[in-house]
Design a protein around this ligand. Structure first.
Ligand SMILES: [Zn+2]
Length: 233
């Protein structure tokens, strides 16, 4: 039986693993390589054909647009194997229509891979949202997070009277709805729908404190954006 490796982290930030009796070490590249070797061997034991099939190509049915947060790894939290999710991540899971990186990913996902689901996933406890609410952090991060200003303006009445964690949580939810709307408005998605593609866009929010995803809204071809409450917008 392989011995479980201790939980490790960068920069002295360490975790706890009951199997290793709380042993913690600062991660280095040798540990990464060792863990990778163990992971690859476990995958082959579980499915001897996995890597051979993956090497032939990818056919993911989903594009995930999520936050860069280290605690919100899409394949892990959806319990899906390699090859099932095409991924784009950035700070605060923002869809900026002028962002060539996101548009390239969206174009490849929709036009080449033919994904049938686009998921925009936000999460509570987002450092990007918190930094925005605290005030402009400056630099590239400040410029990037300025993209939350239109969300604040668009949902001013929904956010009125909220502060602290309640404001951050509600802004995270409403931002997801806004980003879903922006994905639906791209020429890439509109052209796909015009061509008859069976493409749905879903907005989700993730709770880091219990590991659960919750649906917020969805948008289908030719339809209005439908909130999870059933309300149409
Ligand atoms: Zn985040």
């Amino acid at each position: 039986m392989p011995t479980a490796l201790p939980v490790v982290g960068w920069c002295g930030r360490v975790g706890y693993d009951s199997e290793s009796a709380g042993e913690v070490v600062l991660i280095d590249i040798d540990h990464i390589l060792e863990r990778n070797r163990g992971w690859a061997e476990r995958q082959i034991r579980a499915d001897p054909d996995l890597f051979r099939l993956l090497a032939k190509g990818q056919q993911p049915e989903m594009l995930w647009i999520g936050c860069s947060d280290s605690r919100v790894s899409p394949n892990l939290i959806m319990d899906l194997p390699p090859g099932d999710v095409f991924v784009h991540r950035n700070v605060a899971n923002l869809v900026v229509p002028s962002d060539p990186s996101l548009l390239s990913v969206l174009q490849f996902a929709v036009e080449v891979l033919g994904v049938r689901r686009v998921v925009v996933c936000g999460h509570y406890g987002c450092a990007g949202v918190a930094a925005f609410l605290k005030g402009d952090p400056g630099g590239p991060a400040g410029d990037w997070l300025d993209n939350l200003h239109p969300v604040m303006r668009a949902y001013r009445s929904d956010l009125a009277g909220l502060n602290g964690d309640h404001l951050a949580q509600r802004l995270s939810e409403l931002s997801v709805v806004d980003q879903v709307r922006k994905v639906a408005a791209t020429a890439i998605v509109r052209d796909a729908w015009d061509a008859g593609a069976d493409l749905e866009i879903h907005g989700l929010v993730y709770r880091i404190d219990n590991g659960r995803l919750r649906p917020l809204c969805r948008r289908t071809a030719g339809g209005a954006l439908v909130l999870d409450s059933g309300r149409r917008q």
